[in-house]
Design a protein around this ligand. Sequence first.
Ligand code: GRG
Length: 305
Amino acid sequence: MKIKTPKTDSTLKIYLEEKRTLVEKNLLRLLGPSGEYPLTLYQSMHYSLFAGGKRIRPILAIAASEAVGGMTEAVIPVAIAVEMIHTYSLIHDDLPAMDNDDIRRGKPANHRAFGEATAILAGDALLTTAFTLLADQSLWDNIPSDRVLQIIHEVGLGAGPCGMVGGQQLDLESEGKRISINAIEQMHIKKTGALIRASIRSGGIAGGATETQLLALTDYSERIGLAFQIADDILDVEGSVEETGKSTGKDVSQNKNTYPALIGLGESKLLEKRLVNEAIEAIEEFDEKADSLRRIAEYVVERTR
Ligand code: GRG
């Protein structure tokens, strides 16, 4: 079947910019100023949180909520929480004990700017703050508490040992070995896909999705999560430090298990396009309120950073 997607780049650009501003305004409001006590800890949290990320997970949560008719404001706690969790994972991923990276979001990695111990604590603090905010009843606008509880559970699953943290462990264990394409897929479904899935599902739940809508959003999220990771692997080969804001070429030099390494660049590009089409197909029953989700699906593989 031929899938129709709205092709207006400028519409997406405006949408992403508008939502990014909304997310950043609320991150600042809910985290508080960087001058809080203990000063260095808050400065370190602020440093990474406001270093210029794309905010794709919170934007996906907002777009999922809008797709099912939810109010944008109602999903703010989810948006803020998933961005804090994502930022914590980047801080920890860059540590010498993990990926040992010096550049993140175009700036020295947190541990390079604040030292290893503070970087660990800033990550811990962002993770715990995310759940503190999710569990803060006063932030939820007319959302029943059973739905809030379901969201907290969803985000915990996506971030924890059966999601992102588990995927990171599989990644560590696969270092220096050639693993199968199935094993790579499993690793990425957890490491990158699980938090993206949780962002989209939680956005849908906050927006009041029906069971059928939630299943469709889940299908969409799983394809987008994998496509996002393949795009990331391709950017490591084809992108530049200036464009991506992080070290590139590391996967190849470190002989990492990536899609381009296992199936080649051409096949990787075909696979990411197929996943995007399948994602758009998964939400074909949704009306025009899901157009942002459709546009974001294409952006995920067309982005240059
Ligand atoms: C340390 C628990 C723990 C987990 C780390 C997310 C992660 C798991 C590691 C990051 C390594 C990596 C390059 C993963 C590939 C996909 C990915 C998550 C890229 C970075 O996310 P973007 O592109 O970054 O959304 P910005 O900076 O735009 O937010």
